[in-house]
Design a protein around this ligand. Structure first.
Ligand code: NDP
Length: 341
C-alpha cells in the first residue's frame, strides 16, 4: 500500500496532491477553496455535493473537470479516480464518520473537519478504517498552524513564564447558525461542539496537558425557540495535573474570544484567539507580533507534507478522538451536575 502510494505521488506532474471537498457549504466555499489557491503541496481537484445548482460556479471558478465531480450516491466510485488523493469532509458533524469511512474504503487519505464526530465510538470506527486502508486521517484543526496560538504553545509547554497556575478561555458569538447546528441529531450538541472545542484545544495545547476531571453548568436559556434541542451557552471547569485549573465558556449568544494563561511570572494570552484572522496577544515581554498567515492553506500543506514524508500528522485523528471524549465528558458533567473523571 505504502509503495503504491508513493509511486502514485511521484507520477503527479507538479507533485501536488489532489483534494476533493465533500459538502460545499460555508466553510468549504468561503475558506477552504480559496485557501487551496494558495497551497504549495496540494490542489483543489474535485468536489462532492448534493446540490447540483452549486456545480457551475465551482467549475467556472476553479476549472474542476466533470469527471472529478461527485454526489453522495456515486461518491464511492471516487476510488477509481487517480486525480484525487485526499478527501476533505466538510459536512455537518453527524455525517463525518460515514463519509470519512467511505473515503478510506475508496483508498484515499482523509481530512475531517472538527469535531471529528459526535461520539467516541464513531471516532474509533474512523480510526480503524484508516488503519485498515493504511491511509492518514487528520482533523481540520487550523490553529495548530497559526503563529499566535503556536506562541501560546511555546510559552506554556517550554514554561517560558514559569508554571501555569490557571488557564481560561471563551469562544462565543451572537449567531444565527445554520439549522443543523441547532439540531442534536446533526450537531451532537450546541456551541460546545462548534466553538467550545477550540477552548478545550487551547487549554490542552497551551498547558501540554490533558484534563483529569470536569464539572460543568448549562447557561441560562433566553431563546427557547432556537435552543430547543441544544444548550445556548455553557461553562465548565477542568482539573489539570499539578492543580492547574481550567475555566471554559462557550455561547451562541454572547461574544467572547480569548485564551489566557496565568503563570508564575505573569500572564500570556490571546485577546482575539480563535478566528481565521485578526489574532491579538501579549506576554509579560510585550505584545505578540507575528506575520499574518492563511491558516487553512498552512493547515492543508502541513497535513499533506506529513503524508508525503510519511511523518505523523500534526493534527492526528487521536487528537480528534481525545477532544470528542472531553466534549462528551463536559456534557455528562453538565447533565448530571457531577464531577466527571
Ligand atoms: P454549512 O451548513 O455551511 O455546510 C454544510 C454542507 O454540507 C451543506 O452546504 C451541504 O453541501 C452539505 N450537506 C449534506 N447534507 C446536509 C444536510 N443534511 N444538512 C446540511 N448540510 C448538508 O456548514 P459549515 O460549512 O459551516 O460546516 C461544515 C463542517 O465544517 C462542520 O463540521 C463544522 O464544524 C466545520 N467547520 C469548521 C471550521 C473551522 O474553522 N475549522 C469553520 C466552519 C465550519 P452540498 O449542498 O454541497 O451537499
Amino acid at each position: 500500500n505504502e509503495q503504491s502510494n508513493k509511486t502514485k505521488m511521484a507520477n503527479r506532474k507538479d507533485g501536488k496532491l489532489g483534494i476533493a471537498l465533500v459538502g460545499l457549504g460555508n466553510y468549504a466555499t468561503n475558506q477552504l477553496a480559496p485557501a487551496l489557491q494558495q497551497t504549495e503541496h496540494c490542489t483543489l481537484a474535485g468536489i462532492v455535493t448534493g446540490t447540483p445548482s452549486k456545480i457551475p460556479v465551482w467549475k467556472e471558478r476553479y476549472g474542476i473537470v466533470d469527471k472529478n465531480i461527485y454526489n453522495y450516491d456515486n461518491y464511492d466510485s471516487i476510488k477509481d479516480n487517480p486525480d484525487i488523493d485526499i478527501i476533505y469532509v466538510v459536512l455537518p458533524n453527524s455525517m463525518h464518520a460515514e463519509y470519512t469511512i467511505r473515503g478510506f474504503e475508496a483508498g484515499k487519505h482523509v481530512i475531517c473537519e472538527k469535531p471529528m464526530a459526535i461520539t467516541v465510538e464513531e471516532c474509533d470506527g474512523m480510526i480503524a478504517a484508516a488503519k485498515k486502508a493504511n491511509r492518514d486521517l487528520s482533523i481540520g484543526y487550523r490553529l495548530h498552524f497559526d503563529p499566535y496560538n503556536l506562541e501560546m504553545v511555546r510559552s506554556g509547554t517550554k514554561k517560558i513564564y514559569g508554571e501555569i497556575k490557571k488557564i481560561s478561555g471563551g469562544f462565543g458569538f451572537r449567531a444565527n447558525p445554520s439549522q443543523w447546528r441547532l439540531t442534536q441529531k446533526y450537531a451532537g450538541g450546541g456551541p460546545l461542539m462548534d466553538l467550545g472545542i477550540y477552548v478545550i484545544q487551547g487549554m490542552c495545547y497551551t498547558t501540554g496537558m490533558e484534563p483529569l476531571a470536569v464539572t460543568a453548568q448549562e447557561g441560562e436559556k433566553t431563546d427557547f425557540e432556537r435552543f430547543r434541542e441544544v444548550e445556548q451557552s455553557l461553562t465548565w471547569q477542568f482539573e489539570f495535573p499539578g492543580g492547574i485549573t481550567g475555566e471554559g465558556r462557550t455561547s451562541y449568544n454572547d461574544g467572547m474570544n480569548f485564551l489566557k494563561a496565568e503563570a508564575e511570572k505573569g500572564v500570556f494570552e490571546l485577546t482575539s484567539a480563535f478566528n481565521y484572522t485578526g489574532q491579538r496577544g501579549s506576554t509579560p515581554d510585550g505584545p505578540m507580533n507575528f506575520p499574518r498567515v492563511n491558516q487553512q492553506a498552512k493547515q492543508m500543506d502541513g497535513i499533506v507534507l506529513a503524508i508525503k514524508n510519511n511523518k505523523p500528522s500534526i493534527v492526528p485523528s487521536e487528537m480528534g478522538r481525545r477532544d470528542v471524549k472531553y466534549l462528551q465528558a463536559v456534557y455528562e458533567a453538565m447533565r448530571t451536575g457531577k464531577r466527571i473523571e
